[in-house]
Write a new protein. Sequence first.
Length: 163
Amino acid sequence: MALLTVLGGCGGWKGNTYRAHSAPGARAEATYAFGAPPSEWREVRDLGEVQVAWVRPDIAGAIELRAQCEEQGDSSLQQYTDHLRIDWTVWTVVEQRDERLLGRAALRTIVDAEIDGVRRRNELLVVKKNGCLFDLRYSASPSGFSAGRPAFEAVVAGFRYPI
């Protein structure tokens, strides 16, 4: 019985699926699927709050996925997006548009930003569904940003919840 309890609490990223941790005391998460970026993107593990991530060093690029299913309240998608601004010293919205993802309203925002004096261009996609908040993020150097966008779109195109 103890073995089943331990195994039942296991979660994490395998293949194109993130499995929620279900151990007692674990934060409420979601199990979701996503598309895969091309092979030049390298997986990154053990990221704390970020559940799934890849990097591409030649463009200083990163793709990150995160879901939370507790304590997100009833804020608007704009407020959730603004919350992602924490730690950035410069934040200039380049483009922002409403769209649909998972059959729900989503907000896609592209921003030019700085953190610790390093310039970045970020694309953020935020959506709420079934009590969970999802944020999908792509960040790269301004000069490498366009080269990594198709990989981000591949990840988003395969995004599914619930699965």
